[in-house]
Design a protein around this ligand. Structure first.
Ligand code: SF4
Ligand code: FES
Length: 232
C-alpha cells in the first residue's frame, strides 16, 4: 500500500517558518512509522532530520507527535493510523531541525531532582540490600526511558517554562521511595517549590501518553501526599 506522510519541517538556519512537506511512501501495514521515515530519508529526501537509536522502544530517542499524539515512532504501526499520517516534532522544546528537538531543557529539569541514589553510609562489601516489598514500592517509576513524551504532552509545561514536568517528577519518585536512599527530604523540598508538583493539575495527558505505561499521575499524587505528610 501507499501512505501519505506529512512532516512538519523546519531548518532554523534556512527557513523563516515551519512548513509541511508531503511524501508518498510504499509501506506494509505492519511497518512502523519509523520505517516510513527511514524510507523517506534513504530514498526521497536525505535532508530530513530525525533522531532514533534502538528502534525497539527502549532508548526513547524517537519521540514525536504522530497524528496529533505524542508517541515513539518505532512503536506505532502504519495499520493503526491509516494511509494519511502527520508527523511533527515534540511541542514545548526548541526545534533544532525537522523532528529533532533540543532535549537540554528537559534534562536540565531532570537533573534538578537529584536522580541518583544518596546513601548516608559507606558502600558495603557486596551490595545495598532491600526486600522485594521495598523494591516493589518504586517499581513502576524505574521503567522510565526519558523519552520526554509525558513532559511535552503536558499543558502546564507548555504554559510555563518553570514547571519541572512529569518526567522529572517520575525520576524524583523513583528515588524518594527507594528504601536505600537518604535524600528524600531534600528532594521533597525541591518538589514543594512553585515549579514543582503542585503545578500539576491532574490533566492525565502524561499518563495517557507514556509508552512505558507508567502511572505518572498516581506517582505525582504520591509525591504531593509525601510533601504534606512531611509537614505534619
Ligand atoms: S515517564 Fe513515560 S513518557 Fe515520561 S519520560 Fe518516562 S517513559 Fe517517557
Ligand atoms: S528508537 Fe529507541 S525508542 Fe524508538
Amino acid at each position: 500500500m501507499q501512505a501519505i506522510i506529512r512532516i512538519k519541517r523546519f531548518n532554523p538556519e534556512a527557513d523563516r517558518r515551519p512548513y509541511w512537506a508531503e511524501y508518498e511512501v510504499p509501506v506494509d501495514p505492519f511497518d512502523r512509522v519509523l520505517d516510513a521515515l527511514h524510507y523517506i530519508k534513504a530514498n526521497l529526501d536525505g535532508s530530513l532530520a530525525l533522531r532514533r537509536s534502538c528502534a525497539h522502544g527502549i532508548c526513547g530517542s524517537d519521540a514525536m507527535v504522530i497524528n496529533g499524539r505524542n508517541r515513539l515512532a518505532c512503536k506505532v504501526l502504519i495499520k493503526d493510523l491509516g494511509p494519511r499520517i502527520t508527523v511533527e516534532p515534540l511541542r514545548g522544546l526548541p526545534v533544532i531541525k525537522d523532528l529533532v528537538v533540543d532535549m537540554e531543557p528537559f534534562f536540565q529539569k531532570y537533573r534538578q531532582v537529584m536522580p541518583w541514589l544518596v546513601p548516608d553510609d559507606p558502600p558495603p562489601p557486596q551490595e545495598r540490600r532491600q526486600t522485594p516489598e521495598e523494591r516493589a514500592r518504586y517499581e513502576d517509576t524505574t521503567k522510565c526511558i526519558l523519552c520526554a513524551v509525558c513532559t511535552t504532552a503536558c499543558p502546564i509545561f507548555w504554559g510555563t517554562g518553570e514547571f519541572l514536568g512529569p518526567a522529572a517528577l517520575v525520576a524524583a519518585h523513583r528515588f524518594i521511595f527507594d528504601s536505600r536512599d537518604r535524600a528524600a527530604q531534600q528532594r521533597l523540598q525541591i518538589l514543594a517549590d512553585r515549579s514543582g508538583v503542585f503545578r500539576c493539575r491532574t490533566v492525565f495527558n502524561c499518563t495517557e501518553a507514556c509508552p512505558q505505561g507508567i502511572e505518572i499521575t498516581k506517582a505525582i499524587q504520591e509525591l504531593k501526599q509525601a510533601i504534606i505528610l512531611s509537614r505534619t
